[in-house]
Design a binder for this molecule. Structure first.
Ligand SMILES: [Zn+2]
Ligand SMILES: [Zn+2]
Length: 388
């Protein structure tokens, strides 16, 4: 039997357990879902950063937003991107994942063997957070929230100009623009893309409480005002307000009428979602990698073994094996059964028509739309834990 360090290659350095991804040689869990003593956390979304761990370690720029999620009394330590630290028998470092402020891939090295857990990530430009950095490794654990060939994101600059144009058009008709975006990450990314010369920008309380962490990190957020009864006269008919999707159909939103409703999410690529949510506009903007981004990341990593989690794992696993000859496997993590990634669009892909994409293009993933059904078992949740 081949040995790596003092550990047999037959027992993986990082493996799924009922508490989450576990690194036995380091004595820690990555994004655990149940209470453990030592949690390494990739980012502040609540399906990754959960309450109740003995101690948290995360990338330094993310400490503030992780604290928002897990509580002010939690023991949270930050590690600078690229800094290496010995934990147990392994060397650990955090590297930017490009998903939101402080989001990290976690690199674990043991006896010359390198593993990387991506957490959630994207490779597209996003000035609201650190840019994704590819990391070389032997084994990669990647997310696959949008791991189907139908998911191909438009250029963010193009999406932001659509949003700004929509805002101007609504303004010309005397309507308030209300843009739903996940409160942590997407909301700040959207804010950075707004043209503040158009009019006043308001934010819902759920967004407002996270913005200071972004400003403190030097991220270029425009000036915003809280959207409430006092600022109603400033925002109504002219302003754009960024709010979480859970604000739809609440008394809070009604005071800004007449309004137009938009939603910024990768799930807006799926046409039925906009209609189902009674939205005026859907903007395709995701904080997860699309299909080609996943493949590029896997290639850049040089990994010969790839574990796939989140979302469309089985079709991606099959594609990697058949088309790339990579030793790929599905990794069941607690995220898979989570509302994670379905977010406020709240739709199982199963029933959907694929916006602008012929089903034929699914074929090379070895997947027919019918086989998407398993994704439909996830709950349609409005939980704050979901991300996009
Ligand atoms: Zn996330
Ligand atoms: Zn996630």
């Amino acid at each position: 039997m081949q040995l790596v360090g003092n550990r047999s290659t037959s027992s993986p350095l990082i493996r799924p357990t009922k508490h989450g991804l576990f690194c036995e040689a380091g004595g820690f869990y990555i994004d655990p879902c149940r209470k453990v003593d030592r949690a390494l956390v990739t980012h502040g979304h609540s399906d990754h950063a959960r309450y109740g761990m003995g101690a948290y370690l995360t990338a330094t720029p993310g400490v503030g937003v992780v604290r928002e999620r897990v509580g002010k009394d939690a023991v949270i330590e930050g590690m600078a991107f690229g800094e290496q630290r010995r934990i147990g028998e392994v060397a650990v470092s955090f590297h930017p994942a490009g998903h939101l402020l402080g989001s990290a891939q976690i690199r674990v090295e043991h006896g010359g063997e390198v593993w990387v857990v991506t957490g959630d990530y994207k490779t597209q430009l996003d000035v609201s957070c650190e840019a994704f950095v590819p990391v070389r490794c032997h084994s990669l654990i990647t997310e696959a929230t949008f791991g189907l060939p139908v998911y191909r994101w438009p250029e963010p600059a193009q999406v932001f100009s659509q949003i700004n144009q929509w805002w101007q058009d609504n303004q010309a008709e005397g309507r308030t623009s209300i843009l739903f975006a996940y409160a942590l990450g997407k909301a700040q990314r959207v804010l950075c893309g707004l043209d503040s010369s158009i009019g006043p920008i308001g934010v819902h309380g759920a967004v407002a409480k996270l913005n200071p962490h972004y400003r403190a990190a030097g991220r270029p957020l425009p000036e915003t005002i809280p959207a409430n009864a006092e600022t109603k006269s400033i925002l109504q008919g002219r302003g754009l307000i960024v709010a979480p999707g859970s604000a739809q159909n609440t008394p809070w939103i009604r005071r800004f009428a007449p309004y137009a409703l938009g939603f910024a999410s990768g799930w807006m690529m799926v046409r039925g979602n906009r209609r189902r949510r009674a939205l005026d506009r859907g903007f395709i903007l995701s904080d997860h990698v699309d299909w080609s981004g996943i493949l590029q990341t896997i290639e850049a990593s040089g990994a010969s073994r790839v574990g796939v989690t989140h979302g469309y794992a089985p079709p991606l696993v099959r594609w990697l094996k058949e088309e790339r000859g990579i030793d790929a496997y599905e990794l069941s993590t607690p995220y898979a059964s989570d509302p994670a990634s379905l977010d406020y669009a709240g739709t199982s892909p199963a029933s959907l028509d694929y916006a602008g994409t012929s089903p034929a293009s699914l074929d090379y993933a070895g997947t027919s739309p019918a086989s998407l059904d398993y994704a439909g078992t996830r709950t349609e949740s409005e939980s704050e834990g979901s991300d996009q």
